[in-house]
Write a protein that binds this ligand. Structure first.
Ligand code: LMR
Length: 328
């Protein structure tokens, strides 16, 4: 554990100053790509580490590496299998190489609000989807919601045709690509840590993300404004290596999984407030937020929703129906 600090890596949370790991403890390294604080995932990871370091002291310890300081979302998946880290929480858009079922979460205008997301992610259907990658070595421990996404660009976007000819950074998601193309734009897949630079230098004209990412990564500083489209969910899979998890002593595993469950519930209950705070932070920092009229919003829905049809076979109509049903 001392080696992480010796390498000068930014461990955060309770372990920011001191190494939480003692000899003989199981070391749990959690690598993620967002801000360490003031962000749904950053805050949840810190809370998770604090609880493990407190309640499992003597048995296990957790170190959190925020802000892509250890791995980006591509590399972290290999690192899990190699045992270089034990936990990650990439967005559900980033599992295309392992399963196409998670494309469900990317369908535009699938969830009407975060309550619907909560209803779905706590359903038996969604819980069943936590284990669909076990044949390739990964087990999901829970879904961490992060908010709905908004569009930003270097010019005002009020209706989808405003995006004609613009290039948008997207995550590694074919659904997002189809969505951008439906708007008449082009899409470029880039790692999260490259987005600010790409916006600043004009490699891309725009991006889509949550209020928390737009604020904590300062994207709003290099964009004309943000349009409140709420067009798509950003949520994470808290994921570990199946082999590592199964290798834990049963009592250690049970305690760890119980803490993970409780932190997941707490984190999801706090998302809406953190998101609204960061929306306001953007405005307070001089960023422009554009709200849509009902008629404008309908144009975004009409333009993007048809892409669902392209992905129904990958996802399965049953899963789509279950997610849609969580809206009521
Ligand atoms: C992104 O790449 O935009 C997000 O998945 C980053 C994150 O983890 O919130």
């Amino acid at each position: 554990a001392a080696s992480a600090l010796a390498l000068g890596l930014a461990a955060t949370g309770a372990n920011a100053q001191t190494d939480p790991c003692d000899d003989g403890e199981i070391v749990i390294k959690f690598s993620h790509v967002v801000a360490a604080t003031g962000h749904p995932k950053g805050d949840a990871a810190t809370r998770f580490a604090d609880r493990v370091n407190d309640e499992m002291n003597g048995k296990a310890c957790m170190q959190v590496f925020a802000n892509s300081t250890l791995f980006d979302d591509d590399k972290v998946m290999e690192a899990l299998l190699l045992g270089d880290v034990q936990l990650a929480a990439p967005s559900l858009s980033k599992f295309e190489a392992y399963t196409l079922k998670y494309r469900l979460f990317d369908l535009p205008f699938l969830f009407e609000n975060l309550d619907a997301v909560d209803r779905f992610t706590t359903s038996d259907t969604a819980k069943g989807m936590l284990t669909i990658m076990e044949d390739v070595g990964y087990t999901g421990l829970g879904y961490w919601s992060s908010g709905l996404k908004q569009f930003s660009a270097d010019k005002p976007l009020l209706v989808p045709s405003d995006a004609n000819g613009l290039k948008f950074r997207i995550q590694t998601s074919d659904v997002a690509e189809a969505m951008i193309e439906a708007m008449g734009g082009s899409a470029q897949k880039l790692a999260f840590k490259e987005v600010y630079g790409a916006l600043q230098t004009g490699v891309v004209d725009g991006q889509e993300n949550t209020w928390s990412n737009i604020y904590t990564q300062k994207f709003f500083e290099v964009q004309d404004g943000i349009t409140e489209t709420n067009h798509q969910l950003l949520a994470y899979l808290l994921v570990t290596s199946t082999e590592w998890l199964n290798g834990l002593e049963p009592d250690v595993r049970d305690q760890f999984v119980k803490i993970a469950d409780e932190v997941t519930q707490e984190a999801n209950a706090a998302v809406a407030e953190t998101e609204m705070k960061n929306r306001q932070n953007i405005i307070d920092a001089g960023g422009t937020v554009r709200e849509l009229s009902a008629e404008q919003r309908q144009q975004w829905v009409d333009t993007m929703k048809p892409v669902w049809a392209e992905f129904t076979d990958d996802i399965g109509q049953d899963l789509i129906d279950a997610a849609v049903a969580s809206n009521s």
